[in-house]
Write a protein that binds this ligand. Structure first.
Ligand SMILES: [Zn+2]
Length: 429
């Protein structure tokens, strides 16, 4: 406890220094963990260049390693928020003045109802995203980036100015059982939307921080996998895929990859519905990576780099926009992977990114090289092939899936990541 306090003091001091160093003349941090009253306050509507193009991308891959996990699962959530189910891609067009519709004073999302023992499903998330896009059309645009093998749309929330020169990708839950991070993404989104005009770093508001930057947030990259982890293979609607999952179980069983019961095996599912480990499906060290030789719960790299919808959408985003950094959220470990064997300029850029993120979160920094992480991941690809700084944040501790009750702690640790990176990268141009 004393230990935790002194860490907090240290982190706060470091943050203050960091922010001063970033040239934000103010040193008072205002981020409040916890959800806080949100205020019907939220500010008047300003119209942001809400629309951005359309998208279309599809699949891709990613990277990094992780560690344990834990059983969880149980309840369901149910509340409702206004507005309808997920819409997708489109968005409003240009000139139309986006004015926020009237919001209930006590507007909340399903995310607010989740407590320990509850599951936050793909459908819950889609409902929340639709609700957010409905109430805050000037602050967020919802698009669909692609469709999974089992027909689920992979959504993206676009924040800030799509016309900006500076774009950041944040992707969550590429690995199925790490779906606690989708909750974190939604909490980050909720904070951004509800506190848009309130000070978040010093006196600076989200609105100001996002003037010169655009965030592409993929809150659940691998929804088919998440549904398998939450509900078992029956959650997959396509019969061929379901049969394939049974075959994968047999393969894994034959090779000693099934630890514990059948139920635990599905709960700890990591791949997509085709048995491809999406974070081993990127074209960086892919050829030489062996992993598991056939579809499996993890470590099967796929038939080719970018063979999966979940990796292709990320690759396509990078082609569509000038991306300044890519942040991947995984679990668990309380550490941030970086390096990937880079050198020179990109090494320095990646080092700066990991320094900022570790200072903000209190997590440790881990060189992927020193710790011998598997290749062919998303971050490896961005750093080594594209020379774009990227890190993999491993949130939480214990065995995945982490219980929803861990969300508040994750939120406290990560509440400054978005505003601080918007500040760092948005002010560069
Ligand atoms: Zn992972």
């Amino acid at each position: 406890m004393r230990h935790a306090n002194s860490i907090k003091v240290l982190v706060t001091a470091a943050l203050v220094l960091l922010i001063a160093a970033l040239g934000l003349g103010i040193a008072v941090l205002v981020k409040r963990p916890g959800k806080e009253e949100q205020a019907g306050s939220a500010a008047e509507s300003v119209s942001l260049p809400a629309s951005s193009g359309e998208t279309a991308p599809e699949e891709g891959a990613e990277s990094t390693a992780e560690t344990g996990e834990e059983p969880e699962n149980s309840g369901e959530t149910a509340p409702e928020s206004a507005s309808s189910g997920a819409e997708e891609a489109s968005e409003s067009t240009a000139a139309e003045e986006t004015e926020n519709p009237e919001r209930p004073e006590d507007l909340t999302f399903l995310i607010d109802e989740v407590s320990d023992g509850d599951l936050y499903s793909y459908d819950d998330m889609m409902e929340d995203l639709a609700s957010m896009a409905y109430y805050f059309p000037d602050r967020m645009t919802l698009r669909t980036l692609g469709e999974t093998a089992d027909g689920r749309e992979i959504p993206e929330a676009v924040l800030g100015d799509p016309e900006s020169e500076t774009h950041l990708i944040f992707q969550y839950t590429m690995h199925a059982r790490e779906y606690i991070n989708s909750l974190l993404a939604m909490r980050q989104l909720e904070d951004y939307l509800l506190h848009y005009d309130e000070p978040v770093i010093g006196e600076t508001t989200y609105r100001e921080l996002f003037e010169k930057v655009c965030f592409h947030v993929i809150p659940m990259d691998n929804p088919d996998g998440v549904m398998i982890s939450q509900e078992g293979p029956e959650a997959i609607r396509d019969e061929e895929l379901r049969d394939g999952l049974e075959a994968i179980f047999e393969y894994d069983d034959d090779h000693g990859y099934v630890k514990g019961s059948r139920e635990q095996y599905w709960r700890r599912w990591k791949a997509n519905a085709r048995g491809v480990d999406v974070n081993r499906n990127f074209d960086s060290g892919w050829d030489s990576y062996s992993g598991h030789g056939a579809p499996s719960t993890e470590r099967y790299k796929g038939e080719a780099p970018g063979s999966e919808a979940e990796s292709r959408i990320i690759l396509a985003l990078e082609k569509e926009y000038p991306v300044a950094a890519c942040i991947s959220y995984h679990s668990a470990g309380g550490t941030v992977y970086w390096d990937y064997g880079s050198s020179g300029d990109i090494y320095e850029k990646d080092k700066e990114l990991v320094n900022i993120v570790t200072m903000l979160t209190g997590y440790s920094a881990s060189s992927s090289v020193v710790t011998s992480q598997d290749a062919a991941g998303c971050s490896d690809y961005f750093v080594l092939e594209l020379e774009i700084p990227a890190v993999t944040i491993e949130t939480g501790s214990g065995s995945c899936p982490l219980p929803a009750g861990d969300l508040e702690e994750l939120w406290e640790e990560n509440c400054l990541v978005w505003p601080s990176l918007a500040n760092r990268y948005g002010r560069e141009n």
